[in-house]
Design a protein around this ligand. Structure first.
Ligand code: PMV
Length: 310
């Protein structure tokens, strides 16, 4: 028996940053699901009592730190316990994009592991049916941002698990890759440190306010307003990092160069992409389908992973 599953990543426009126990978020978040950036997981039974992990071949090379491996296998153990699945298994996983550098690989890998373990549980208990909302709640316990990957294209997450956001707007995504190295401060550490920042005061209400305004802007097609909210929001999150004790930073010279260039487009044309950054150096953009041709020019000369074809 070999179980296979895959799940997409997602990029938050209103960020989940800071948490309470059980991976509950300090503030609500809103994301766009990235169907082209995916994690793949297989599960096979093995002899013995201990689950194990290995990279899945055929995708981007991946290695897990001891902490990362522990978190992944703990999530599997928690799910096996939840669905009363017995036995030991080999989990193989990989992504079709670089890991741990601000491309939200934890979202897709934990969502894919949750999906794969659900498939394993269904094989064990025929007739088991679990909704995406329930899978989202379970996945959140492994990695918060993964709970939004069960809904596409838009997801909103406030507490236990995420839900689909009813918004009839399809966008294209690109990430400008300025650094593929594994980041030095993991998002788990970032979640722990942000409340030491003086800017933490008021963070929850700022994020809530932006979330409501962003939904209105996206529904009304007010693209400039959407850009301004997303810009303020990711800089708010990064200002928490820069002013934490100890302070840390994800932005490098390459990130700043890209940000300046992208913002200039707005100054010049009065139009441009939505811009955001996760806990990493790489810069994400979302564009309307009618901006694809212009985006080819904006991104010229940069290393890019994008959702649209050549
Ligand atoms: O799911 P985690 O614990 O890796 O948190 C990731 C948080 C950010 O990616 C920085 C923001 C977000 O909302 O996805």
């Amino acid at each position: 028996m070999k179980i296979e599953a895959s799940a997409p990543s997602n990029i938050a426009l209103i960020k989940y940053m800071g948490k309470t126990p059980g991976n509950r978020p300090a503030n609500p978040s809103l994301s766009y699901t990235l169907e082209h950036l995916r994690s793949f997981v297989t599960i096979e039974p093995i002899a013995g009592e201990r689950d194990e992990w290995r990279p899945l071949s055929g995708y981007q090379p991946i290695s897990l730190s001891e902490k990362g491996l522990g978190k992944f296998l703990n999530h599997f153990a928690r799910l096996k316990d939840h669905w009363r699945v017995l036995g030991a298994y080999r989990i193989s996983s990989a992504n079709n994009f670089p890991s741990d550098c601000g491309l939200a690989s934890s979202a897709s890998s934990f969502a894919a592991l949750t999906e794969a373990t659900y498939a394993l549980a269904k094989a064990t208990h025929p007739g088991l049916e679990v909704s995406n909302e329930e899978l989202s709640v379970l996945s959140r316990q492994g990695s918060g941002s993964s709970c939004r990957s069960f809904f596409s294209p838009w997801a909103e997450w406030e507490d236990e698990g995420a839900r689909a956001l009813d918004l009839d707007l399809r966008l294209e995504h690109a990430v400008i890759v300025v650094d593929e190295r594994v980041k030095e401060v993991s998002s788990s550490n970032a979640h722990e440190l942000v409340n030491t920042s003086p800017n933490w005061v008021g963070r929850t209400s700022r994020a809530k306010e932006r979330l409501e305004k962003l939904k209105v802007a996206l529904r009304d097609g007010d693209w400039r307003m959407a850009f301004e909210i997303c810009w303020d929001e990711f800089l708010d999150m990064h200002s928490l990092f820069e002013t934490a004790t100890p302070a840390f930073s994800y932005l490098n010279g390459g990130s700043k160069e890209v940000l300046i260039k992208l913002r200039e487009i707005w100054g010049r044309d009065g139009d441009g992409p939505l811009i955001t950054m996760d806990a990493g150096a790489n810069v994400h953009i979302l564009i309307r389908p009618d901006q694809i041709r212009a985006a080819e020019q904006w991104l010229d000369g940069f290393k890019v992973i994008k959702s649209w074809g050549e």
